[in-house]
Design a binder for this molecule. Structure first.
Ligand SMILES: [Mg+2]
Length: 229
């Protein structure tokens, strides 16, 4: 069984720090025009957010521009997260992850729009042990152009196969936005929604989640749901 958790809005909140670093990095490298106006963040891939911010500045999403943007963003994030207490884990997250650690036959991973380095930084800032996430797919792992979140589940499944030498019996994707739900359903996986981001439990069920919770605080109920999903 493979459980893939989204990061922002699902495991944790950076209370806007991630977004502020993205905006500051864009402006630092490309000027004031590279702003977040009209750009949606929730559930989106970091490289796509950068493309849209570059478009705001009238700049192309060239490899060089994205690389410079990314380097500045990583620098800002490293600086910002030196301050302790910036990340806040969502209710029940620590307990649920610990409960699942103990479960035989479960592999956990992250499926997220974050780049690996900055994604892990956020997770660690909340005191979550990242060693338990054995198989992950990151914001820049799509093999296609333009990249989409829907491209990421097969990347994670392929990594599982390489690591364990077999297919996962089931894949469950846990996330807080319709994008998380859609990327699970696009590949016949199970989508579990959690209403700790910008979308309610009901909204996530309406867009096709197989199960959804207000938050992850009812450890045993959520664990049983994931294990039997
Ligand atoms: Mg999210």
């Amino acid at each position: 069984m493979l459980f893939l958790f989204d990061i922002d809005g699902t495991l944790l909140s950076t209370v806007g720090a991630g977004m502020r670093c993205m905006e500051a990095a864009g402006k630092e490298v490309f000027g004031e025009g590279c702003h977040t106006g009209g750009v949606q963040f929730a559930g989106r891939l970091d490289p796509l957010i950068m493309r849209e911010m570059l478009a705001n500045a009238g700049l192309p999403p060239s490899r060089e521009n994205i690389a410079a943007f990314r380097a500045a963003y990583e620098r800002r994030m490293l600086e910002t997260f030196q301050t302790p207490g910036l990340g806040r884990s969502m209710p029940g997250v620590h307990e649920l992850l610990k409960r699942l650690d103990a479960e035989f036959g479960v592999t956990m991973g992250l499926l997220t729009g974050n780049f690996e380095k900055t994604g892990l930084l956020k997770v660690r800032a909340c005191g979550i042990d990242t060693a338990r996430f054995q198989v992950s797919a990151w914001g820049d792992d799509s093999p296609h152009d333009p990249p989409e979140r829907n491209h990421l589940p097969p990347v994670a499944v392929e990594r599982y196969r390489k690591k364990l030498g077999r297919d996962p019996s089931r894949v469950v994707i846990i996330g807080d936005t319709p994008y998380d739900v859609a990327c699970a359903k696009a590949h016949g996986h199970i989508a579990v929604g959690v209403g700790t981001g910008k979308f309610s439990r009901e909204a996530l069920l309406d867009c096709g989640a197989d199960h959804a919770f207000h938050d992850l605080s009812e450890t045993e109920k959520v664990a049983q749901c994931l294990l039997s999903a």
